[in-house]
Design a protein around this ligand. Structure first.
Ligand code: IMP
Length: 174
């Protein structure tokens, strides 16, 4: 599948380190629960937590979004739930990409009912051109155009998650 590099590993690392420092400053003196949404955000979250200099707990949410490979339908099922309560805790939900915003707004609504002390959102990428539900991203890596992105955890048909950089899938030569 042809692809074009979009954001190199060094640029990603610098931005992720910056986000980690900002989060550290924003939550000084507080305990934090980091909730990566599987699978796409696992690489971003693994790098991000290593730049957060606080006591953090990590807990995962697994979701399945119904729709075809490139389009989410907004019908989201939690396939793996958190392993402990977030009531009274400061929580950051970590996503790979906010595309239509449907997945993250569903998860946000769900987590808010569990009464965390605060609930913020970190996302590596945002594709504002495709917004269907406006979402406020508290810690954003990069804004991207309306293109399909793979690498650094993001997949196409479960492949390319292991690319160390972000790339755009193109249909050149298809
Ligand atoms: P949303 O519900 O439309 O915001 O979609 C969110 C999910 O769709 C993301 O967490 C990704 O798993 C997937 N997704 C959306 N755009 C892309 C992309 O460009 N590359 C890879 N996955 C994507």
């Amino acid at each position: 599948m042809p692809m074009k590099p979009l954001i190199d590993a060094g640029t990603i690392a610098a931005r992720v380190a910056e986000l980690g420092r900002t989060i550290t400053n924003d939550f000084l003196g507080k305990d934090l629960v980091i909730v990566p949404v599987l699978k796409g955000s696992y690489v971003f979250a693994a790098d991000l937590v290593r730049h957060i200099e606080l006591d953090v707990e990590i807990d995962f949410l697994g979701v399945r979004s119904y729709g075809d490979q490139e389009e989410s339908s907004g019908v989201v099922q939690i396939t793996t739930d958190l392993s402990s309560s977030i009531e009274g805790k400061h929580v950051i939900l970590v996503e790979d990409i906010v595309d239509t915003g449907l997945t993250v707004s569903y998860l946000y609504e769900n987590l808010v009912t569990r009464q965390p002390a605060s609930l913020k959102l970190a996302s590596l990428l945002h594709k504002p051109a495709r917004t269907r539900v406006p979402v406020e991203i508290d810690y954003l890596g990069f804004t991207v155009e309306d293109v399909f992105i793979v690498g650094y955890g993001l997949d196409y048909a479960q492949k390319f998650r292991n690319l160390p950089y972000l790339a755009v899938l193109t249909d050149e030569g298809a």
